[in-house]
Design a protein around this ligand. Structure first.
Ligand SMILES: NC(=O)c1ccc[n+]([C@@H]2O[C@H](COP(=O)([O-])OP(=O)(O)OC[C@H]3O[C@@H](n4cnc5c(N)ncnc54)[C@H](O)[C@@H]3O)[C@@H](O)[C@H]2O)c1
Length: 449
């Protein structure tokens, strides 16, 4: 069955907002027109869906068959995990499985995959041969949607704190028909800031972006539509000193500030005579102390957290650190945590939020969580399916990247025939974890996450 040239596309069932598709009708048309001898694809069967951003008839027009029955398909593709009963035996599957960190909520799915002798390819693990850059990702759309939703949330949060700001006029990312329409709304907000200014009581309004990857760059892309200045991490204290002086003479501030923070501003070597060395940090995180809470967080109004993080690394911001900062009166009002790691790099993050209701409020003084915007604390957005807010453009981008791998995935009957980067993204095969992922069993046995 595997390698038979027939591709299945799942109807997404994990979440009501999931309207993306791994391949758009145009991608399917290109693969089908190229034919089996060129693209490897003989047929494409698409499960019907009335909420997918592309209609069933668009797939039919592209030459696909629309049917619930994917039993003919050797390769079955989705975005998020399928229902357990949709896991057919001895097929190859591609989707974001969220199993490689032994995430407990997805272990029943992994067990089913092993029991059904499925070959599981996880898009998140398809990386370049050099530099570990992910080759099939939605990263840019996550950052863009996160930033637009955060700006909208800030409008409400500041209103609750007694400040009217131009952010209030923004909609959530999904409310715009295209990225261009969303950007134009942000530009209007920026024009209002440039003309009317922001209340000095919330300024300097500093957006801290962590990491320099796809998510961070894309969030900055939206931020840059506002009148702005970027400040080096080392220049934050001075910015605040100057702002104090300016606020004596001016009641309005006509721009926002950005600060991009990478590892060297998050930690320092325990031996402070040693210069920061990223490779050494990744290899020996235990030798490093966190510094973000002292050098960056006291100046941040907003943190957009876009790093990749694992438990062996120091946290960006622990609960205790945030509570201490709040007691000292820090300006932090909002966090957008793209990582969605529970109790992760930002320790207070203990729940995912949804596109309909993207924020919870954490009150650091009382160590309590709330689902409203009124009261003390920091609003936090933890949406784990952000790119679906731009379902059409995100699918077009993603499908373009995925298309390059379809030929190999759909025609290789044996994983040893696959290119190295696809082999390395294969978590399970013929009923066992592949050698690179055998550690998942020991993580599960030791109860680690
Ligand atoms: N919420 C969503 O819908 C959504 C969607 C896509 C990606 N994400 C998440 O967003 C985050 C960023 O994704 P991306 O596509 O930008 O990834 P990326 O690989 O492009 O960038 C990751 C960044 O993290 C930095 N980094 C890696 N290890 C680090 C460490 N130990 N400490 C500090 N920094 C470290 C890297 O230098 C890089 O700047 C990831 O956690 C990813 O899972 C979330």
């Amino acid at each position: 069955m595997i390698g038979n040239g027939v591709v299945g596309i799942l109807a997404e069932t994990s979440n009501k907002w999931e309207r993306r598709a791994p391949l758009t009708p145009s991608h399917c048309a290109r693969l089908l027109i190229a034919g089996k001898h060129k693209s490897g694809v003989d047929r494409i069967i698409v499960q019907p869906s009335t909420k997918r951003i592309f209609s069933d008839s668009q797939y039919e027009d592209a030459g696909c068959v629309v049917s619930d029955d994917l039993s003919e398909c050797g390769l079955i593709l989705g975005i998020k995990k399928p229902k357990l009963e949709m896991v057919l035996p001895n097929r190859a599957y591609g989707f974001f499985s969220h199993t490689h960190k032994a995430q407990p909520e997805n272990m029943p799915l992994l067990d089913k995959i092993l029991a059904e002798r499925v070959s599981l390819f996880d898009y998140e693990l398809v990386e370049g041969n050099r530099g570990k850059k992910r080759l099939i990702a939605f990263g840019k759309f996550a950052g863009r949607a996160a930033m637009i939703d955060l700006l909208k949330g800030l409008g409400h949060r500041y209103l609750n704190l007694g400040y009217s700001t131009p952010f209030l006029t923004l909609g959530a990312a999904y409310m715009y028909s295209s990225l261009a329409a969303a950007k134009s709304a942000v530009i209007s907000v920026g024009e209002e800031i440039a003309e009317e200014g922001l209340p000095s009581g919330i300024c300097p309004l500093v957006f801290v972006f962590t990491g320099s990857g796809n998510g961070s760059v894309a969030a900055q892309e939206i931020f840059k539509l506002l009148p702005h200045t970027f400040v080096d991490p080392g220049g934050l204290a001075e910015l605040f000193e100057k702002a104090k002086e300016t606020s004596r003479t001016s009641k309005r501030v006509f721009q926002v500030y950005g600060c991009v923070v990478t590892c060297e501003h998050m930690v320092e070597h325990k031996d402070i005579t040693k210069a920061f060395d990223k490779d050494d940090y990744y290899a020996h995180p235990e030798n490093y102390n966190p510094i973000f809470h002292e050098r960056i967080a006291p100046y941040a109004s907003v943190i957009v957290n876009c790093i990749y993080w694992e438990r062996q690394f120091p946290r960006l911001l622990s609960t205790q650190q945030l509570q201490d900062l709040a007691k000292k009166g820090c300006p932090l009002v909002g966090i957008s945590d793209l990582t969605c790691d529970m109790g992760g790099s930002i320790e207070i993050i203990n729940q995912c939020t949804t596109i309909d209701s993207p924020f919870f409020r954490y009150d650091p003084i009382n160590d309590s969580y709330h689902h409203n915007m009124e009261g003390n604390g920091v609003i936090c957005s933890v949406v784990d399916n952000l790119p679906t807010e731009f379902a059409k453009e995100a699918s077009q981008h993603f499908g373009g990247l995925l298309s390059q791998f379809i030929g190999d995935l759909v025609s290789a009957a044996d994983i040893t025939q696959l290119p190295a980067n696809l082999r390395r993204a294969c978590i399970a095969h013929e009923g066992t974890l592949t050698p690179l992922y055998e550690y998942i069993s020991s993580m599960r046995n030791s109860g680690m996450k």
